[in-house]
Ligand binder design. Sequence first.
Ligand SMILES: Cc1cc2nc3c(=O)[nH]c(=O)nc-3n(C[C@H](O)[C@H](O)[C@H](O)COP(=O)(O)OP(=O)(O)OC[C@H]3O[C@@H](n4cnc5c(N)ncnc54)[C@H](O)[C@@H]3O)c2cc1C
Length: 397
Amino acid sequence: MMPIPEAVQDAVVIGGGFYGTTIAAYLVKTRGMKRVTLVEREDALLGRASFNNQARIHNGYHYPRSFTTAYRSRINLRKFVLDWPDAVKRDFTKLYAIARHNSRVTARQFERFCHEIGANIRPAPPALRALFEPRLIEDVFLVEEYAFDAGRLAAWARHALDECGVQVRTGARVMEVLRGDGSALTVAVRHGDGTREPVPCNYVFNCTYSGLNQIGGDYPGTQTDLKQEIAEIALIDVPSRFQDLGVTVMDGPFFSTMPFPARGLHSLSHVRYTPHLNWSDAAGVDPYERLSAYARESRVERMLRDVVRYMPSLAGARHVESLFEVKTVLVKNELDDGRPILFEKHPQLPGCFSVLGGKIDNIYDVLEKLDAQPFDNEAAQHYSDSHRVGETGVVYG
Ligand SMILES: Cc1cc2nc3c(=O)[nH]c(=O)nc-3n(C[C@H](O)[C@H](O)[C@H](O)COP(=O)(O)OP(=O)(O)OC[C@H]3O[C@@H](n4cnc5c(N)ncnc54)[C@H](O)[C@@H]3O)c2cc1C
């Protein structure tokens, strides 16, 4: 166990996923904080939801029922591609197909929606249409959507935090956030060997995704209601015809398969079979513990059985493994499938922020919120746009 330096920290970031690591780097690089500590309960960074997901960099197409999410995705994707070029896979063909039955959008509505959000859409060429069963698919479109390599994002995070001097403590869990004694706040950390350590600090950023409401002490919990869901993303080896292809069938109980760059495989998710079980988030019901106690019986066979009805030539796909993870969404977006951010300041606990991104590219919506926050550290008083570099205001290359 490596103790956290004794001086009062400018900030403690809880959670070493994509959000926590990016925010920690931002606090140093863009806001001039000098002493930032990041605490992660796992042994490695970006090992949870930031790795165990579908790796889609959204470009709007997925959200015909939530114009705001679609529109923001269009803006954020461009920034993400500029800031993390090495982690973006673009060299594959992406198709969106519209199901004839049980779809909440028709092909014409989908086309109109894409035009409204300014997203590229073209009719798919006959050779690609031929992959689909025409009795079940109304139309097929060529679109522009990418995938991210979570392994490369993790490598970036390790390098970026090291470079800007963030103290990273893995295998350590934050148990409580308390009003401070001589500092604004105190974070109670439990290290892997069971020892406990109080860390005084001025700001706390709770970036624990599924674990947001499992922090004790004076932490008041999020005001926004959350839903937790155990989700299965299957990783499959696809026939060679599909290697450079991603497919999403819209908009209802259908499926999506696309490159998963971190493993050189394809992810497969199915609206009916990917969610295994869900519950309303509550303090004291630890989602990570629920997931580790869960039996994890794969539903990939059911997924594939349905998939080959729509795309018979995917019959040769081979299941390699499944990623199981807790997916956390805002209850208010259950119906429209929107993915806004959660960004809360807690008046009862000044200096403490809670953040949930919803999807990877939403990081820019969070950074925009942080940009608007005055931070009471000496260097931050000199913070100005002239300190900011790069297309999006932060350089992460
Ligand atoms: C099944 C699934 C599919 C998804 N598909 C996509 C997709 O295709 N595209 C997309 O953009 N987004 C997708 N998402 C959403 C995306 O994965 C998340 O928005 C993003 O990873 C959240 O990042 P994070 O850093 O907030 O969470 P995480 O990566 O989970 O990081 C939170 C970290 O906090 C740590 N932690 C928790 N409690 C504590 C504590 N008390 N002390 C210390 N550390 C703690 C955890 O160990 C974890 O590492 C998907 C999510 C899931 C689960």
